[in-house]
Design a protein around this ligand. Sequence first.
Ligand code: DOR
Ligand code: ZN
Length: 346
Amino acid sequence: MTDTITIRTPDDWHLHLRDGAMLRAVAPETARHFARAIIMPNLVPPVVTGAEAAAYRERIMAALPEGSGFTPLMTLYLTEDTDPTDLAQAHADGLITAVKLYPAGATTNSASGVANFDKVRPVLEKMAEIGCPLCVHCEVVDSDIDIFDREAVFIERVLDPIRRATPGLRVVMEHITTMQGVEYASEGGPELGATITTHHLVINRNHILAGGIKPHYYCLPVAKREEHRLALRRAATSGDPTFFLGTDSAPHTDANKLLPCGCAGCFTATNTMSILAEVFEQEGALDRLESFTSLNGPKFYGLAANESTITLIKGDPVAYPDLIETGDGSVTVFDPMMPLHWKVAR
Ligand code: DOR
Ligand code: ZN
């Protein structure tokens, strides 16, 4: 029986670190196990210019523990006013790795996102020209579309037309949650990638809604039926280079989660690697964990895999905190509802 695995140090290709006291509390949780992460720009106000990305990067570096080798890879928040020349300059200066597209109103702090996709066409064309990847929150926001169908409808109505209209644009479908997402991504060729979160490999919609409402399992895109979770597990554990880890670890204080209108987001930074090892072992795919967490993402982004390694050791159930304290209040750590046996030993 395998009880130790050593893999290249993982990267997180979709992460929310926030700012201020929350940033200082959550950044070390990711930096403990991960070498790099794509940092989401949905602050209030959002990160829209290269200068803002550079300033945010400095705040992240200041929040890291002494001696941490963690590298934040910055993104810009695409708005209908984003200037293609400014964006190209920020990319050429190495200030940003990617750009994030939020459909306006789709999720937390997405009010400045895109409502009219025609307005961002020149920016997308410039991104295709310079090779800057677009990270897409794949959900329509139309009130007549059922929330469980938002991803599938977005692929058909928005994503596919954008990709056809913009040859060469490199796109990451962020946090896919459906078999339609898996299918579209796997047929999209080398210019299309897809991130999968840790929590969407573990929960389906019953976990949120059956036997009482569980706000800590509420995130966006919302978890779907079991058949979709199983499709995500097959994709993540397949070794297909299209699919890589983006945790979408999204801390909100418990006070903000446990409200009549609670915030969307699962905080998984603390126990993600232990959960993933458990999931991959359940799927008989421990030998493909490294592809998902450490190899496929860098390959898509045109970066080298990390030289360093981490070792996971199997043993008694791993202890991790139920919550972490931040200067803004407590944040509950994602509960995978199963004992975790794989401990990260650096
Ligand atoms: O659950 C989510 N939380 N989904 C998102 O798209 C945004 C994120 C957040 O920023 O809290
Ligand atoms: Zn996110």
